[in-house]
Design a protein around this ligand. Structure first.
Ligand SMILES: CC(C)(COP(=O)(O)OP(=O)(O)OC[C@H]1O[C@@H](n2cnc3c(N)ncnc32)[C@H](O)[C@@H]1OP(=O)(O)O)[C@@H](O)C(=O)NCCC(=O)NCCS
Length: 109
């Protein structure tokens, strides 16, 4: 049986992640780690928790969007097994109102 729509928060001492599952697809909506506590594994732990919860809720594929100009997040997601499946040109506006592409990443769960 497929999961019904479900939004969830993965919490850590110095960060959080919001995700949701709809049918057999999970989406990582946002993730943030306190700047004073980055590069210590919190981001990876949050993504692992997201994948665990999504799997428990019946998801078989995970998706997310990330700015093409966010190398830290892109590296985190690559390490977590995500690969690029799409490109949204000019999807974000940066603080200078400049259009920035979004990468669409996915992985099986
Ligand atoms: C992206 C973010 C969540 C990473 O959190 P983190 O706790 O620092 O990540 P981790 O320590 O678990 O790092 C895991 C991997 O990500 C990559 N990574 C993390 N920070 C990086 C950086 N500044 N530069 C390059 N790679 C980086 C590395 O591959 C790292 O593995 P390694 O330590 O073995 O090299 C954090 O930088 C953040 O909160 N950024 C601001 C919010 C944001 O951009 N969210 C993403 C929106 S889509």
């Amino acid at each position: 049986m497929l999961a019904s729509p479900f939004a969830f928060l993965c919490d850590a001492d110095h960060g959080f992640l919001l995700g949701r599952v709809i049918a057999d697809e999970a989406e990582l909506l946002t993730i943030a780690v306190d700047p004073l506590h980055r590069n210590r594994g919190a981001g990876m732990a949050l993504v692992a928790s997201f994948l665990d919860t999504a799997k428990q809720r019946g998801a078989t594929t995970a998706f997310l969007e990330v700015s093409a100009e966010n190398p830290a997040a892109i590296a985190l997601y690559a390490k977590a097994g995500f690969a690029r499946v799409g490109l949204r040109k000019g999807y974000y506006l940066d603080p200078q109102n400049r259009k920035v592409d979004a990468l669409v990443l996915s992985r099986q769960i």
